[in-house]
Ligand binder design. Sequence first.
Ligand code: ASP
Length: 455
Amino acid sequence: MTTAHITYWVVTLLLFGALFVLARNLKMKLWARVLIGLGLGGVMGFVFGGGAAGCAESAGCVPVSTKFLGDAFVRLIRMLIVPLIFTTLTAGVIAMGDPKRLGSLGARTIGMYMGTTIIAVSLGLLFGTLFQPGVGVDLSTVDLSSIDSVKGIIATGDAAGGIVDRLLAIIPENPVAALATTNVLAIIFWAILFGTGILLAGDAAKPVAKVIEASAEAVLKVTEIIMEVAPYGVYALMAWVISTQGLDILVNLGKLTLALYLACFLHIIITYGSIIKFINKLPVKRFFGGIVDAQAVAYSTDSSNATLPVTIANVTDNLGVDKSVSGSVLPLGATINMDGTAIYLGLVALFASQALDIPLDATHYFMIALTATLASIGAAGIPSAGLLLAATVLSVFGVTAEQSVLIIALIFPFDRLLDMMRTVTNVSGDAAVAVTVAKWEGALDEEVFKAKPVA
Ligand code: ASP
C-alpha cells in the first residue's frame, strides 16, 4: 500500500459517497449517475495511472486496485444473461399469441440487421479511404512479444470450426447444456420452440406460461436492482481501462482511432437517428435518452453480451417496446448484429492495405464488404472478438497469414479503446432495430417512448 493507493481509495470512496447521495437524496436519474461514474473513472484512471503512457497491469498501477469492483459488476450482469434471454424470449413468444407472427418478426428483424450492417461497412470503407489510417505506419515497431498470444487466439478461433459446424451448433443437443454454457444462439433456438410449444398446447400449458411470464418480470426486476450499482462498476472499469491503456494509442494508431470513433458516431447519430425519425416518426432525443445506460455499460464493459440485460431493460422500460419484441430482437442482435464491428473491419482492411502497400481494386472492396459483414455476424459479443476476425477479411485481398498476425499484433494491445466504441455502436443498433420492428409489429407503446422520464 503506497500513499498513492491510500489517496486514490480515499478519493474513490468520497466519490462513491457523492454518487450515493445523488441517488438517495437528490434522486438523480440512473443514466446521469452512470455517465458521471464513467467520466470520473476515466479522470481518476488518468490521474492516478501512468498518465498518457499508461501503466503496466500490476500492483504498482494504482487504479488497478479497484478493478475487482468492475469485475464484480460485470459478473452481476452476466449472471442475468441466461435467465433473462430464456424467460423474456419464451414469454415474448407466448405474448405474441400466434406462432405465425414469428415469421414476419424474424424476417423484419433480420432484414433490418442486414440493412444497417451494409451501411456500416460502407461507412468503414469510406472513412478508411478518407483518413488513410495505415499510411506511414511502421510495422517494424510491432511488439513481438504479443505476437504469440495473437497467434494462439487466432488459432483457437479457427478451431471453433467452419460455418456449417457453427450453424449446426445453433441446434442444441441438450437445451439444459446450452443454458449452462451460455450458448446464446442455441438458447434463442430452444426458447422460440419452447414458447411455440406452449402456445400450441393451449390450456394444458397455461401454468408453464404463467410461471415463465412471472419469472421474466422477476428477472427484469433483478436487472433493475443490479443497475443501481452500475455507476460504481462503470467507474472502476473506466479507471482500469484508462490507466492501463494510456493514451499512447493516439500517437500510434491515432488516425485509425479517430476514423473509427467518428464513423461510429455518425452511424449512431445519422443512420439510427434517421431510422427513428423518418421510419418510425418518433423523437430522436428520447431514443438516445432512453438507452444511455446501455451505451455507458457497453462502453465500459466492451461486450454486447454482457450489456444485453441492460439493453433489454432500457428498451422495454424507457422506449415502450413490448417484451415480445425486446426479448427476441435484442438477444439475436447482441449475437449477430454488430455494426460497429463491421465499420471497424472495413477500416482495418484499408489500414492493412495501406500499411502493407497492397493496392485494392473494386472486386477487393466488394469482397471486403462481404466478408466484413459475415464476420460481424459471426463475431461473438465479447471483448476483442472483432479484431480476431480481421484475419478473415484481410485474406481476401492477398494479405498472408504472417502479415495479418503482424497487423493484428500491432492493434491488439490498444484494441480496448477501439472496441469500446464499436460495442456502443453495436448495442445502439440493436435498440434502433428493436424499436422499428416493434413499431411495425404494433408492439410499441408510443406513450411510453415519448413520455418524459420520471425524475
Ligand atoms: N466487443 C464487441 C461486442 O461485444 C465485438 C467486437 O469485438 O467488435 O459487441
